[in-house]
Design a protein around this ligand. Structure first.
Ligand code: SAH
Length: 347
């Protein structure tokens, strides 16, 4: 619940306003796991809070991975659905060996309606939007389970964040608010399959949130083959919306491009991708395709990925070939949850 909503609830309950700050402090700073532990609140208020609220929106079901690598958390929701969050330690090459920086990859929906052909999250269709507390709660839960601080958030887990924009923005209030998680907006990156009207709406948002676009094809012909969303919002419309984004925002856009053998990895695609990136002053993040069980796609050979990268670099584009983390723990979106729900017979 947002500080504003909590204040309204307390007022309605006839409580003094300072209780709001006390409760927020217990939840977000001291991180208590029971309302009973909020010892500076009167017993009657604690009883009432206990009756009306839940402190935990996510129940930890499973962790895969280890402390020095990528860890993937599977959470059970109140309706027995599952979502995943992935905690990724910083690249020591970029931040120094002793770096303890961590990025959390956060989910925004259970399943996904957009049906990208290479993605595990969309395989079983869309179940529901995550609630505000289920989005922001992933950060609290990951920090509690790992004992680490999360410094960066990427909305690159399950789901299409811009299809759940209202809840996403409300969660961002909690994630960035000084009384709550207090992460800087610049440390938040929203990734989208390319929902044009929502990109335009987000461009109006006052906070300097970063945006990443799952491009994955540099022409309509290629993109359409793997991303059905491209039929609704073709490349020209997407690029126009991104020009608009740039006119409102200071941070550089990121273009994500997964490399799938024989599908989108031709040298001509690299040339056109470079052209889009230059137009948008965007950096490009190349990601060799993460194998998903049940899907036939394959990653190109390493030398081929390197050549694709070279073409971008020669064209003057800032590009990286993403260092692989988590391949062995099924860290591609949605894989763990699909296995769990299948095992439980939910699907
Ligand atoms: N719906 C949003 C965010 C979730 S997906 C989006 O499309 O951006 C986060 C990123 O993972 C996207 O770039 C997506 O294309 C990519 N992705 C999905 N499946 C993948 C796979 N099997 N291997 C590598 N990247 C994958």
């Amino acid at each position: 619940m947002s500080p504003a909503a909590l204040a309204a609830w307390l007022k309605e309950a006839g409580q003094p306003a300072f209780r709001g700050a006390q409760i927020l402090d217990w939840v977000w700073k001291k991180r208590v796991v029971s309302i009973d532990a909020m010892t500076n609140l009167p017993a009657a208020l604690r009883a009432k809070l206990d009756e009306c609220f839940r402190l935990e929106s996510l129940e930890h079901a499973h962790t895969q991975g280890a402390a020095d690598t990528t860890r993937k958390f599977l959470f059970r929701l109140h309706d027995r659905r599952y979502v995943e969050s992935v905690l990724i330690p910083a690249n020591p090459a970029l931040y120094g060996e002793a770096s303890d920086r961590h990025t959390l990859c956060v989910s925004s929906q259970v399943g996904c309606a957009y049906g990208c052909k290479f993605c595990a999250s969309g395989l079983a269709g869309f179940s529901r939007n995550l609630e505000v507390a289920e989005i922001a709660g992933q950060v609290l839960a990951a920090e509690r389970l790992s004992g680490e601080r999360v410094d960066n958030l990427v909305f690159m887990g399950m789901g299409e964040p811009l299809a759940n924009l209202d809840n996403l923005l409300a969660a961002i209030v909690l994630i960035t608010g000084p009384q709550t998680l207090h992460l800087g907006a610049r440390h938040l990156t929203i990734s989208t399959a390319g929902l044009v009207p929502q990109i335009r709406r987000l461009a109006e948002h006052p906070q300097q949130i970063r945006l990443a676009i799952s491009l994955h094809g540099a022409t309509d012909e290629v993109r359409e083959k793997i991303m059905p969303v491209n039929r609704k919002w073709p490349l020209a419309e997407l690029l126009d919306a991104l020009d608009y984004w740039n006119s409102r925002k200071k941070q550089k856009l990121t273009l994500e491009y997964i490399l799938i053998a024989g599908i989108n990895d031709a040298p001509e695609q690299a040339v056109l991708l470079a052209r889009h990136a230059r137009r948008l002053h965007a950096k490009v993040n190349l990601i060799p395709y993460n194998t998903v069980e049940g899907l036939a796609w394959q990653r190109p050979p390493a030398a081929h990925c390197a050549a694709f990268l070279k073409t971008l670099e020669r064209a003057g584009v800032a590009a990286t070939l993403r260092m692989e983390k988590g391949h062995e723990i099924d860290a591609a979106c949605g894989q763990l949850r699909l296995q769990q729900e299948t095992a439980e017979g939910i699907r």
